[in-house]
Design a binder for this molecule. Structure first.
Ligand code: 5GP
Length: 193
């Protein structure tokens, strides 16, 4: 990518199993000067997630304190757990001209759209609902009940993303490389405006 003068906030949303994390991992490798926004969450770590890297895993009281002190840029509840984006890290990264990449749900995406209208918001769709189901079932780190709940959320998330206007860009993640190339194109186009 070409040199960029100012920072950018890239929001990636989509149903669980659409492949958002794989896209974000590739973006972090390929977008110069990019950094991951480490969310805080009250959900327990799964698999080999690392505290402070994938998420900061905190207790509900601590999360509530952050909300009360207005330390979160956005926050939302998803399947009974709370998730939020610490505001300061985002502001510091933007001030330093970095590209900050965050993976958040559609409720959070809507809040970011209102607070930071210049953010670049991309919604990731699975090629088919069958693919989504298969990808979720492939996760060995979660119970079947939880997989079913995540799948049940998907329709509502997709409908919201399509109808709300908060996601100017909707991509279908069939082949990872193509999806990453498309998001790179979007970032390039948005940051050179
Ligand atoms: P998971 O439990 O699979 O890591 O995440 C569940 C959902 O919460 C996903 O849609 C994920 O994108 C979203 N999420 C992760 N971090 C945040 C955050 O900081 N804020 C919001 N609003 N959603 C988040």
């Amino acid at each position: 990518m070409s040199a960029r003068k100012r920072g950018a906030l890239v929001v990636i949303s989509g149903p669980s199993g659409a492949g958002k994390t794989s896209i974000c991992d590739e973006l972090l490798k390929r977008v110069p000067n990019s950094r991951w926004s480490v969310s805080v969450t009250t959900r327990p770590p799964r698999g080999n997630e690392v505290d402070g890297k994938d998420y900061r895993f905190i207790r509900h009281e601590e999360f509530q304190g952050m909300v009360d002190r207005d330390e979160l840029l956005e926050h939302a509840q998803y399947l009974g757990n709370w998730y939020g984006t610490p505001r300061r890290a985002v502001e510091e990264a933007l001030a330093a001209g970095e590209v900050i990449i965050m993976e958040i749900d559609v409720q959070g995406g809507a809040q970011v759209a209102c607070r930071m209208p210049d953010s670049i918001r991309v919604f990731v769709l699975p090629p088919t609902m069958e693919t989504l189901k298969a990808r979720l079932e492939g996760r060995r780190t979660e119970s079947e009940t939880l997989q079913r709940k995540r799948l049940a959320e998907a329709d509502g998330e997709i409908a919201f993303a399509r109808s709300s206007g908060y996601y100017p860009y909707v991509i279908t993640n069939d082949i990872l490389k193509d999806s990453v190339d498309r998001v790179l194109e979007i970032i390039e186009q948005e940051t050179s405006k």
